[in-house]
Design a protein around this ligand. Structure first.
Ligand code: HEC
Ligand code: HEC
Ligand code: HEC
Ligand code: HEC
Length: 289
């Protein structure tokens, strides 16, 4: 199914002229429409090149086109396991872990929700055609993001200052304003309101592979300048739409990382730690393993 989706969501868009036989259809705008949805209402420049985002040599990538890691020690074998032990991804034989490969249909509502034959690509109740944590097609809330199908909700819901239960914090040093959920609202200004950002999902405030861009949670291979004016690579899907100058401090130890936010009103208005940033602690982990 991934290859079917990549046929349009790649770097040459909809190359097949039969597919875009709609009058006025082009490779980047095959259906000759406004390329925007009803909730964020922001116009895309063209069909999103998802295939390039999943390139396995990228600094960050969810493991759709290939595995990201070759060992499951740091996250799956941690106590508690950072992955949901009851979830097995499509086509997999063991529960989700660092070494898993996953598919569009593990996160999006494609295919599964088609009412008759074939693979239905588009059409869903939830925003961005995403499933909820329990795999249903309803508008997500801050506690049932698709992320929690695989990443344990009680851990990743916890940003240190705003605990929603759980035995281990995702990061410590955060505060309530780091967890802003605006999904379900309409239009850019409603969604970027109060430290929120375009996608409305709190996670992409910090994880979007380089601050701005659609599908940044698929992967990315960019550079950015951190709050110390040092050039960094977009590892671990950092930085996000709000945490635009994230200081990783070496990436591998538990300490040394700093949340650094600057108002960028076209994608996020978060401006809680605009100078000096705020220290956070994280899971210590090698860059490759
Ligand atoms: C015939 C071409 C085509 C195919 C095949 C296709 N898409 Fe799309 N898709 C588009 C276009 C055009 C858009 C609008 C621009 C954009 O957001 O990339 C779009 C938008 C989307 C969106 C954004 C929806 C939103 O509300 O913002 C998602 C998610 C998506 N596609 C997922 C998929 C998945 C998953 C598959 C495979 C099951 C798939 N697409 C197959 C052309 C296609
Ligand atoms: C279908 C399972 C699945 C879902 C859903 C999922 N992830 Fe992941 N995620 C993984 C796996 C497996 C890894 C480790 C290997 C990799 O990077 O693909 C991972 C890794 C990560 C990492 C660490 C990246 C790194 O470079 O080590 C972050 C951050 C992350 N995911 C955030 C998210 C967010 C945010 C969401 C929701 C928008 C999400 N994930 C949804 C399976 C999933
Ligand atoms: C306030 C910022 C912030 C928000 C919001 C945030 N994260 Fe993170 N996340 C981080 C930081 C910082 C790291 C550590 C990155 C590094 O290794 O440098 C991290 C790491 C991760 C990792 C890698 C594994 C690990 O345990 O270190 C996963 C998975 C992850 N986050 C998932 C999520 C999910 C899911 C959400 C939404 C519910 C989310 N994050 C929201 C800041 C954030
Ligand atoms: C780990 C979960 C995950 C997987 C796997 C995944 N996506 Fe997504 N996708 C997301 C999330 C979350 C968003 C919404 C936020 C964003 O744009 O970053 C999204 C957004 C999109 C968008 C919309 C961008 C826009 O215009 O807003 C498209 C298109 C898309 N995905 C296509 C795909 C295709 C095609 C595949 C498989 C090849 C795929 N995705 C696999 C999580 C995933």
């Amino acid at each position: 199914m991934d290859n079917f989706c990549f046929a349009c969501h790649d770097n040459n868009g909809v190359n097949n002229t039969t597919v875009r036989s709609i009058t006025g259809g082009t490779a980047t705008n095959p259906f000759n429409d406004t390329l925007k949805n009803s909730y964020d209402q922001v116009t895309r420049p063209g069909v999103i090149d998802v295939k390039t985002q999943f390139t396995t040599t990228n600094y960050s990538h969810h493991a759709v086109s290939g595995q990201k890691y070759t060992s499951s020690t740091p996250l799956f074998s941690a106590s508690p396991n950072r992955f949901v032990s009851t979830f097995t991804p499509l086509g997999g034989s063991v529960s989700i872990r660092d070494t898993s490969t996953i598919h569009c249909g593990d996160c999006h509502t494609s295919g599964k929700w088609a009412t008759s034959g074939g693979i239905g690509a588009h059409g869903s109740t939830n925003e961005y055609m995403l499933q909820t944590a329990s795999g249903t097609d309803t508008t997500h809330t801050s506690t049932d993001y698709v992320c929690f199908k695989c990443h344990v909700g009680s851990i990743y819901n916890d940003l240190g200052g705003k605990t929603l239960g759980g035995t281990a914090a995702h990061i410590t040093g955060g505060n309530g304003s780091d967890y802003t959920h605006t999904a379900g609202t309409t239009g850019l200004s409603a969604r970027t309101n109060g430290d929120g950002h375009i996608t409305g999902m709190t996670c992409s405030g910090c994880h979007n592979c380089g601050q701005t861009g659609w599908g940044g949670i698929h992967g990315g291979n960019a550079s950015y300048t951190d709050g110390n004016n040092t050039s960094q690579q977009t590892r671990r899907f950092m930085p996000g739409m709000g945490n635009s100058k994230y200081i990783p401090g070496g990436w591998t130890s538990g300490t040394g990382a700093t949340c650094y936010t600057l108002n960028n009103s076209s994608w996020s208005t978060c401006n809680q730690h605009p100078s000096g940033g705020k220290s956070v602690t994280r899971t210590p982990r090698a860059i490759t393993y």
